[in-house]
Design a protein. Structure first.
Length: 336
């Protein structure tokens, strides 16, 4: 059984003015440290990291302060900059760097002067910079998914930021996966977001398609099924259209079609997710002898990471993946 996060998203919410408003009594704007508080040390990432630590400001407060000055940069991007995973290159990003110097109390050009030449461009480099992969990268060779997305006029990528995804997958006494319970916390990066698409694919031995049921905090819209491929694509309508920066929680269940013994569950990610939790619950009469986590690069057929998992007294195993990046993560198991 495999799943993909609903219509892929990349950008964090972009809100704020010179005073950050969250209601009638919102928090005060981030205050800039006094100039000259910290002098540059090392490269761009190191200097930015030390300046942020010295300021005592969270990345979300920094993001809000930049937005209040008319520059929109996501928390993910700020995190990537301070960790050296990417560097500012676009004109808007360079303006953000100059504002960071002011906000963090650094001398003029203390950060911008440390930027090296633009990094190499290419398919994966571009994907990392935009934090978004196309359907072909996530589901290689699955043209039917792309066709359905086009038919349903899929919302533009990046409308919803995934803050949290929690999958609970259940295996019955006959060793067959029979139910998935999914919960997501999302936030709108633009105004007027009212729907998203979800993808679920059954095991090859299963007869039929997964069925999306028990939708909470929303409703099920159009559904497209391809029984020959065990594929279901559903349209989830949120409780209300989300404004810029609004968040919501939605849940649903997926009934798994019958088939042979299930040996794994996995999810594919087109964009980063702040926190992903996967739990697999086994019937006490069918506890596996071995269970492991595996991770794959986007579109890859081989694992780049494996980790043995403990099956507790509750007959379950879990994976916690903070800051989950685009790719493929799952749990597989085997019986004695």
């Amino acid at each position: 059984m495999a799943a993909q996060q609903p219509q892929d998203a990349a950008r964090l919410r972009l809100v704020g003015s010179h005073t950050e408003h969250t209601g009638p009594a919102g928090p005060a704007p981030a205050a800039a440290p006094p100039p000259g508080r910290l002098t540059p040390v090392g490269g761009f990432a190191d200097t930015l990291h030390l300046a942020i630590e010295a300021s005592g400001l969270s990345l979300d407060r920094i993001r809000a302060a930049l937005a209040g000055r008319g520059v929109r940069v996501s928390v993910t991007t700020l995190s990537y900059w301070r960790r050296g995973r990417s560097q500012p290159e676009r004109a808007s990003s360079l303006r953000a760097v100059h504002l960071l110097e002011e906000l963090l109390g650094l001398p003029h050009s203390a950060l911008s002067s440390l930027l090296g030449p633009p990094r190499p461009r290419g398919r994966w480099a571009a994907a990392a910079n935009t934090c978004h992969l196309g359907l072909e990268d996530v589901w290689p060779g699955e043209q039917e998914i792309a066709n359905i997305f086009a038919e349903l006029n899929a919302p533009p990528a990046g409308e919803l930021e995934r803050l949290s995804i929690h999958d609970s997958y259940y295996v019955d006494a006959e060793r067959r996966g029979n139910l998935l319970r999914m919960r997501q916390v999302v936030r709108a990066t633009v105004g007027g977001v009212g729907r998203c698409l979800v993808v679920h694919m059954a095991d090859e031995e299963a007869a039929g398609c997964p069925e999306i049921t028990a939708v909470r905090h929303g409703r099920l819209g159009r559904v497209r099924r391809r029984p020959e491929a065990g594929l279901t694509v559903g349209e989830l309508m949120l409780d209300r259209p989300l404004g810029l920066g609004d968040s919501t929680v939605f849940e649903y269940e997926v009934e798994i079609p019958p088939g042979g013994p299930t040996l794994e569950y996995s999810r594919r990610f087109a964009t980063p997710v702040r926190e992903y939790v996967l739990q697999v619950h086994f019937d006490p009469a069918a506890v596996p002898a071995h269970c492991e986590r595996y991770d794959r690069e986007p579109g890859a057929d081989v694992d780049h990471r494996r980790e043995q998992l403990w099956i507790g007294a509750s007959a379950s195993a879990h994976v916690l993946a903070p800051d989950q990046q685009p790719g493929h993560i799952g749990i597989r198991w085997e019986w004695a």
